[in-house]
Design a protein around this ligand. Structure first.
Ligand code: GDP
Ligand code: IMO
Ligand code: MG
Length: 417
């Protein structure tokens, strides 16, 4: 019988620790797929004294027996992908790129950065990787897909025509677009490096499932950054939720099996936008220091705050989470008191569901006694009692069981429940 594909999805604003869990799980999977996002993602894997940051290549790449798929829903900077591939030697037969995935081209990156400058105080705080403009081109039907690298003459011609049509707009943004020869040479380089990996990945995922192979789907970013269901407009430009995996790979909802939501024991956000449980005082600073909360992709300091159970409950429902992996519990070690936001106060009323906007919200907290000594624990029995109570409280409020607790970045620092 055909298999179903299991899925990993970010529950908050990204950087929950998806890379660690996908790497751990990938040891048991034959196929690992990315389905959305681009090189805005930064997924960290720690094995012993080696730390690896992945942006586009699925985090299954360390399992030499697994094949890795970059699905049609991903936007690909050929330059970034080629650079990232260099770390792994020959990836032929182990990496497949969808011919339908859209390309991030230089002008997308320049537009992203120009728009952020023009937004001024209203800037989104994007990663500046061209994500929004590349997805924008796809939706407005002026984008170009990886498969078009098969005819770089035609692709370069089409792009130059496009640049000419919109010359005034590019000039207004101080963007210099390349000419035909320069463009063709660059695209020829991309074609030579990437075409050996380009495939009809939809058929590949289908046949993998039909043959009973174990398939793992790796989400990037997080639920609150989803283009429809996140904190718009302070979001990324893709469908980060589990449903995005169907579109981004060519799967049907019936192909999705077990769903694991990855969630931090507290909360962080990079970039701008509302963050009700953000702590701008000593506690937030301490969370950032304990958790080394600096962006994997841009190196920016992440904003830190307390666990928002209202948002997590919403995210668990929208993704259909079977369980949560609770990450970075060790970062709460040493706090005298820890807090969970169990409801919001909006216009004087108590609200327990996620509203359309997270602006002007006062979080309502429940406070718990803290603990120390969870760092590195790999058996539930070894956790301090207050830490166990904290985990139970999260299960109770979010209505979702915790299937794994992470107590450090390393593979061994993991409790399976
Ligand atoms: P991703 O984008 O969801 O894959 O997460 P990132 O890799 O951007 O950020 C998570 C960071 O936390 C990485 O540096 C991980 O090595 C680290 N990490 C993961 N799990 C744990 C944990 O349980 N405890 C601690 N202290 N660090 C962790
Ligand atoms: P991973 O996969 C955290 C944020 C940016 C910005 C917003 C829009 O590592 O969890 P974009 O460049 O996508 O247009 O930026 O989204 N963002 C992330 N934040 N983790 C990520 O990925 C992110 N990818 C984008 O900081 O606020
Ligand atoms: Mg990250």
């Amino acid at each position: 019988m055909a298999n179903k594909a299991d899925l990993i999805v970010g529950i908050q604003w990204g950087d929950e620790g998806k890379g660690k869990i996908v790497d751990l799980m990938a040891q048991k999977y034959a196929v690992v797929c990315r389905y959305q996002g681009g090189h805005n993602a930064g997924h960290t894997i720690v094995v012993g004294d080696k730390t690896l940051a992945l942006h586009l290549i699925p985090s299954g790449v360390l399992n030499e027996k697994a094949i890795n798929i970059i699905g049609n829903g991903v936007v690909i900077s050929a330059e970034a992908l080629i650079e990232e591939m260099k770390q792994f030697g020959d990836l032929r037969g182990r990496l497949f790129i969808s011919d339908k995935a859209h390309m991030i081209l230089d002008h997308h990156i320049l537009i992203d950065q120009a728009r952020e400058r023009l937004r001024g105080a209203k800037a989104i705080g994007t990663t500046g990787r061209g994500i929004g403009p590349a997805y924008g081109s796809k939706i407005e039907r002026s984008g170009h897909r990886i498969g078009e690298l098969k005819d770089t003459e035609k692709l370069a011609k089409n792009l130059v025509e496009y640049f000419e049509t919109y010359r005034a707009i590019f000039e207004a943004m101080d963007i210099v677009t390349p000419g035909f020869d320069e463009l063709k040479e660059e695209l020829d380089g991309f074609a030579e490096a990437l075409l050996p990996f380009v495939e009809d990945t939809t058929s590949l995922v289908w046949s993998s499932l039909d043959e009973g192979k174990k398939v793992l789907l790796e989400g990037a970013q997080g639920t609150l950054l989803d283009i429809d269901h996140g904190t718009y407009p302070f979001v990324t430009s893709s469908s980060t939720i589990s449903a995005g995996a169907c579109i981004g790979l060519g799967l049907s909802p019936k192909d999705i099996g077990n769903v694991t939501g990855i969630v931090k024991a507290y909360c962080t956000r990079v970039g701008n936008g509302p963050f009700p449980t953000e702590d701008l005082g000593e506690d937030g600073k301490r969370l950032g220091e304990n958790g080394h909360e600096f962006g994997t992709t841009t190196g920016r300091a992440r904003r830190c705050g307390w666990f928002d159970a209202v948002a997590v409950k919403y995210a668990s429902r929208i993704n259909g989470c079977d369980q949560l992996s609770l990450m970075k519990l060790d970062v709460l070690d040493g706090f005298e008191k820890v807090k969970i936001c169990t409801a919001y106060e909006i216009d004087g009323k108590r609200v327990e569901t996620l509203p359309e906007s997270l602006e002007n919200i006062t979080p309502i907290y429940e406070e718990f006694d803290g603990w120390s000594g969870s760092k590195g624990a790999n058996r539930y029995e070894d956790l301090p009692k207050n830490a166990k109570d904290y985990v139970k409280k999260i299960e109770e409020i979010t209505g979702t069981k915790v299937g794994l607790i992470s107590t450090g970045p390393d593979r061994d620092e993991t409790i399976l429940m």
